[in-house]
Design a protein around this ligand. Structure first.
Ligand SMILES: [Zn+2]
Ligand SMILES: [Zn+2]
Length: 411
């Protein structure tokens, strides 16, 4: 089997879009004819790879292969060889599972060097910009991402529903790029100008260099921008599996990050203030999360970021350092005596859970409750005093190798 025509991929094109254009360029009537022939050929070459190659377009991308991601990668790399001249660019366009976790425990996907939270991937529809489609028939990867709601090139809202039949537009379901399943030419759909918030969010997804002084514009890292947007959703208790709720929350995040860091300090201060009214036990028996929720535990953003990169953790440190200084140790427990979990202490100290245990075992950190000599505190049990952790964070050794700070050697 051989594919005679190899279309050139657009640099921002999705894998699925490229496969549809490959189908058409090789004069095949439908994607199923291509996927059926490829599957049959794969099964002759390598049974496992053939088994891991789906016929449907909507599940072909690598990240959909939950159990056998490596077989799917193998299938696509064999498929790449089906071209007469150069290899097909399938793996470089694919979206894969990433080992990075966002904000503590949210799964991520990766394309190239860019990581995105899995919950930011659109599932129900893939909206389109009719003006882009009228210029060139392909789907950019960004149209799959929830923060991207307006075309940055044309300044118009993406269109979610077919103007003719009303169904959600999804080229993954219809296996056609320029037309709806009902036959409507999507490049003819009318468009509406997008508001500044939508444009701002969309630019964060596709433009590395942005003028502006919010931390999201200043960082050139798409991964850090996504992590910060996810952080806002999490600390505001959004249901991240609900696409509408996430989209609404992302719009609120625009105001929040535009007023950075003032808006963040105001929220943290009012959280502390509000905790006074609902306090049940004294402060030295109360978890910091009782006041701040997940704002500290989620602030790791992406494991391995330095403090310069992680502007959220940096501001939390500034804030908590201020709290500890304003409320010195006294007879009556105060905010500075609140309790942190192992996970939160590790986040503030920018180190591993193991290092936190070593600091505890060597007496640098005291705990509010006792534990057996070889036992460990569950990572989410509040046991360490905020004051001690903040004091220790100022004494840390510089992180010369890797971003994880070392306080004590393992021997
Ligand atoms: Zn456009
Ligand atoms: Zn339609």
């Amino acid at each position: 089997m051989q594919l005679l025509v190899q279309p050139k991929p657009f640099s921002d094109e999705s894998l699925e879009s490229y496969l549809l254009r490959l189908t058409e360029a090789n004069f095949l009537e439908s994607y199923r004819l291509l996927s059926g022939a490829v599957k049959e050929w794969l099964q002759e070459q390598d049974h496992e790879a053939g088994g891991a190659f789906p016929l449907e377009l909507k599940t072909v991308n690598v990240w959909h292969a939950r159990q056998s991601s490596s077989f799917r990668v193998r299938a696509l790399s064999l498929f790449e060889k089906l071209s007469e001249n150069k290899d097909l660019p399938l793996l470089s366009l694919s979206l894969r599972n990433s080992a990075a976790d966002f904000c503590g425990n949210y799964r991520a996907l990766a394309r190239g060097g860019e990581h995105i939270p899995r919950c930011f991937i659109r599932k129900s529809s893939i909206p389109v910009c009719p003006l882009c489609l009228s210029e060139s028939i392909y789907i950019p990867q960004a149209w799959h991402y929830l923060p991207y709601t307006a075309c940055t090139k044309h300044g118009v809202n993406l269109v979610h529903n077919c103007p003719s039949c009303g169904i959600h537009i999804s080229y993954l379901d219809s296996e056609m790029i320029g037309h709806c399943r009902c036959g409507y030419d999507l490049s003819r759909a009318s468009v509406k100008s997008a508001d500044p918030k939508s444009i701002w969010l969309s630019e964060l997804v596709v433009q590395q260099d942005l003028g502006g002084c919010s931390p999201l514009e200043k960082t050139g890292s798409f991964s850090i921008r996504y992590a910060a947007l996810l952080y806002f959703c999490i600390v505001n208790d959004a249901d991240v599996n609900n696409e509408e709720e996430v989209e609404r929350m992302l719009r609120e995040a625009v105001d929040f990050y535009t007023c950075w860091p003032r808006a963040f300090h105001e929220v943290l201060s009012s959280d502390l203030e509000f905790s006074k009214a609902k306090l049940v036990k004294s402060y030295n028996k109360t978890a910091l999360s009782f006041a701040l929720g997940s704002k500290l535990s989620a602030s790791t953003l992406i494991k391995g970021l330095t403090l310069q990169e992680n502007f959220i953790l940096n501001e939390i440190l500034v804030f908590l350092d201020g709290v500890v200084n304003s409320y010195p140790k006294s007879k009556h427990p105060n905010y500075g005596d609140m309790l942190l979990t192992v996970k939160e202490a590790a986040a503030l100290l920018q180190t591993t859970h193991d290092q936190v245990y070593l600091l505890y075992e060597d007496g640098y950190l005291h705990s509010s409750s006792k534990i057996g000599s070889h036992a460990r505190f569950p990572p989410n049990q509040p046991v360490f005093f905020l004051r001690q952790v903040i004091e220790l964070s100022k004494a840390k050794m510089p992180a010369d190798f890797g971003a994880s700070a070392t306080y004590l050697p393992h021997w």
